[in-house]
Ligand binder design. Sequence first.
Ligand SMILES: Nc1nc2c(c(=O)[nH]1)N[C@H]1C(S)=C(S)[C@@H](COP(=O)(O)OP(=O)(O)OC[C@H]3O[C@@H](n4cnc5c(N)ncnc54)[C@H](O)[C@@H]3O)O[C@H]1N2
Ligand code: MOO
Length: 635
Amino acid sequence: MGKRNLYLNNTPVEEARIIYKNALKDRIKMEYEEIPTEQSLGRITTEAVFALCSSPMFNAAAMDGIAVIAERTKGAIEREPLELKKQEDFIIVDTGDPVKYPYDAVIMAEDVLEIDESTVSILEAAAPWQHIRPVGEDIVCGEMLLASMHKIRPIDIGVLFSGGITKIKVVKQPKVAIFPTGTEIIEPESEPKEGDILESNSRMFEAMVTSYGGIAHRFPPIEDDYEKIKKAVSDALVHYDIVIINAGSSAGTEDYTVHILRELGKVLVHGVAIKPGKPVILAVAKDKPVIGLPGYPVSAYIGFENFVKPILTMFSGEYGYESNQVKAVLSKRLVSSLKHKEYVRVKVGEVGGRLVASPLSRGAGAAMSLVRADGFCVIDQNCEGIEAGESVTVELYRSMSEIRHTLVSIGSHDLILDLIGDLMSFHDPGIYMSSTHVGSMGGLMALKRGEAHMVPIHLLDEESGVYNLPYLVRLFQEPMSIIKGVKRIQGLMIQKGNPLNIKGIEDLTRCRYVNRQRGAGTRVLFDYKLKLLGIDPLLITGYGREAATHMAAAALVSSNSADAAMGIFAAANAMGLEFLPIGEEEYDFAVPVKYLDLPEMLSFIRVLKGEELHHRMDQIGGYQYDLAGEIQYLS
Ligand SMILES: Nc1nc2c(c(=O)[nH]1)N[C@H]1C(S)=C(S)[C@@H](COP(=O)(O)OP(=O)(O)OC[C@H]3O[C@@H](n4cnc5c(N)ncnc54)[C@H](O)[C@@H]3O)O[C@H]1N2
Ligand code: MOO
């Protein structure tokens, strides 16, 4: 081997699905098994289930009290109470006790006056069958409890037992073999060497298979060795219903999957017009589906959702998957290629009664963007892009009630934002914060467009030397406020031991700098300092190279991809870098007055003022929080 395989197709998603479905429809047969009812949660019934007994099985007292013969209580009224004799006219019953002939009604204990041990008196006649649950009130023997192809819920299990069903026939779960491949892939417990990647995808697939009703068997990673992968796959075809091979699906010199599958069976599709997820392989071997999924985590996830999930459902006679779709307004222009259908991860927030979708990173390797996202905005293959402000369809994977109770923060990044969000949900369960990092100015523009409740900012007004307020006065007509945040030390983050002997901004002309994005407060401060010192930005190598957050900038320095970056003490500290203080700045929160009373905003302010956050900030270092949580109104 060792040849590249440059023959990827670009089959449209729907077409690929149809090709694969048609190839599998006569090969996948729904099978059933009988299992104990208590183990049936989430399983699918293969036939209608009929009650084996009634519930209740006898006429039963519905209340604690006495069982009487209704006929004999006639005439009892408040003015003329009627006395009844134990064992002759009544017996004592508790809720659930059988009520047998000749008794045919129950009087509640509260309506019975005890005269002596064997005599009671009543003030009202009993109607026949009052407070008695007749045989079969809930379930009649022979009645249909559940229809076929029904997914069993907790309440169903309760009803099945009431109806005498202790065993149930359900769809047999498909067994799925999962093979991670790649010589660089190591088990997460092992000590990584340079170039190693911690195995994660097969664990994600295992969880996906389980949550979609299959039984997953995860195998250890196989090195890039044609024969080893081939043997593992052909063995698995004997015992499993579906085989997933992860990575090695595209055009690398060691991407063997497609050749192995051509040898073992038939490759129907290699390469789908979907992004991320392009190099998917859909094959059949020994009459079983074998799917090659790309190695990048986001591509792997999207490939699974689109091509493996529908196959899993075929084992219960369906094909497809339901998704929870909503309409939202797009916050940023999205350009896409006509070459593929694209899945763009988005954060969704409800601001002023409108749902707003904000696109996140589009990299196929950025799995955290999937974690942070609330859903996908799907751009069809025949669409070149969508303008900001247009309505888009979002496939949500977070509930609408969570989204409704989420404080949407868009703006500058600081480590404390995640801590605040965490403390909000901890102290006020059901309340969340979502923060998107686009820099201070980017946040203010989003706020103007009605896409955020709040903007974390640290913008220095170069003329007055005042932070934040002048920007709000200039940009907003509507009543605005500032929730005071923290003062933070900004400085140069440099490598441990300061090998280049950097003493200040003047020295940056002789090293590799990494800047922050335009509109970021840190960049405004940097430009201000450069101006004060009379340094031409063009003299600084890397002035045009941008990192999106303090942590991203610190990570570039720590990996020796740059020598210095401006950032906050906390980020330098977290990455084990040295820190040269340059100045103090005010990091505050711009909020329209109309949002100050939102329960989510009140929770935010409580956390900001609270000792717990202050304590955590002390641990990180570099923060002053005397005014945190105070509100200033702009007049
Ligand atoms: N010349 C071309 N190069 C690439 C193409 C192409 O068409 N022509 N396609 C790109 C696209 S799109 C994708 S997606 C990737 C998919 O590549 P493979 O499926 O062959 O996967 P690998 O290259 O082996 O790995 C990619 C990446 O993912 C990591 N990985 C793999 N397995 C795991 C695992 N089990 N857990 C965690 N991470 C895993 C792997 O180490 C790599 O970093 O190819 C592009 N290239
Ligand atoms: O298709 Mo790949 O999955 O875009 O990165």
